[in-house]
Design a protein around this ligand. Structure first.
Ligand SMILES: Cc1cc2nc3c(=O)[nH]c(=O)nc-3n(C[C@H](O)[C@H](O)[C@H](O)COP(=O)(O)OP(=O)(O)OC[C@H]3O[C@@H](n4cnc5c(N)ncnc54)[C@H](O)[C@@H]3O)c2cc1C
Length: 274
């Protein structure tokens, strides 16, 4: 796609050199979506892909993933001491564009796009992640929970000039047992509905994160004495379901119920794989 209205491209290695926000600016991660669609409103590209953040840093308390970490880098990280990290490979392989965009697409781009079919935000909500947001040209930063970030299809709480700098996941969350169940029209279609189940080994609590079918992912703690389908229905009544050529709202709700049941059954089975 030729972006014929763009007249400036800024591609700093140093984050401090990012320019202050101006009307017509767009941040670039890997460009896999940005360069695939007309962008008549964009005049300047502010490319984050060359900023010299370390893709993944492990500390004693958390794992910090830079926004410009690519799918390839995320999957290649050694997750052996953090078993739930295997979920990233499963999520990446569930993207319809995976094989075409794998080496370029970034975690921050997927989050920033905020598609209902996005794979990263439901994973990060399940892992209790926090996003560090920064405003270009000001040095201002703030932390928000992954659960509060996406407010609709392609809608987020990002303010003008604000970008995702990093994703912070508490180390303890990687001890959870996770399962991802998805429904799609074909192996290369994007998800129509998706459920991530998680059981915490400390508390024994199980959560389900519903996505793909809703305008934004929603997580809830499962009440073991109530019907899972009824709990899914309650969430669907409280949050907007989407409908498009991949499925009506009621079809998607049905898929969520089925996937929730599958996820709970898998979590109840020892040694299941994510
Ligand atoms: C054929 C095809 C299939 C696709 N299938 C899927 C799919 O199944 N699911 C899905 O979710 N997406 C899909 N996509 C869209 C896209 O490729 C992915 O979402 C990808 O992860 C976007 O990452 P990127 O780094 O390339 O983002 P870019 O294209 O660079 O940017 C995407 C958006 O995010 C913004 N952005 C980039 N970085 C940041 C940041 N750090 N902070 C805030 N905003 C930022 C940009 O301004 C832009 O609005 C598909 C794309 C194609 C071309």
């Amino acid at each position: 796609m030729d972006l014929i209205h763009v007249n400036t491209v800024v591609r700093p290695r140093d984050e401090a050199a990012l320019p202050g926000w101006a009307e017509g600016d767009a941040f670039v991660g890997g460009g896999t979506w940005l360069f695939s669609d007309p962008q008549p409103q964009v005049r300047r590209l502010v490319d984050l892909s060359a900023v010299s953040w370390t893709p993944i840093v492990e500390t004693a308390s958390e794992v910090v993933i830079a926004a410009n970490c690519t799918y390839r880098q995320l999957e290649a990280h050694n997750w052996s001491s953090l078993p739930a990290g295997r979920i990233f490979a499963t999520a990446i392989r569930s993207l319809s564009s995976s094989f075409k965009t794998y080496g370029l697409a970034t975690v921050g781009g997927n989050i920033g796009l905020a598609f209902a079919k996005g794979m990263m935000t439901p994973v990060f909500i399940t892992l209790d992640a926090t996003y560090e947001l920064a405003t270009a040209g000001t040095g201002n930063t703030r932390l928000v929970s992954a659960a509060a970030f996406q407010t609709g299809v392609c809608k987020t709480i990002l303010r003008p000039g604000e970008y995702v700098r990093s994703i912070r996941v508490p180390r303890a969350a990687f001890t959870r047992r996770l399962v991802l169940r998805r429904a799609a029209h074909s192996a290369t279609s994007h998800v129509t509905a998706m459920v991530i189940g998680a059981t915490d080994p400390g508390t024994g609590a199980t959560t389900l994160t519903l996505s793909g079918a809703l305008a934004y992912p929603v997580r809830f703690t499962v009440n073991a004495s109530a019907s899972p389908s009824a709990q899914v229905d309650t969430i669907c009544a409280a949050h907007p379901l989407i409908a498009d050529s991949h499925g009506s709202a009621s079809y998607r709700q049905l898929l969520l119920r089925e996937l929730a049941a599958e996820a709970l059954a898998a979590l109840a089975t020892p040694d299941h794989a994510a």
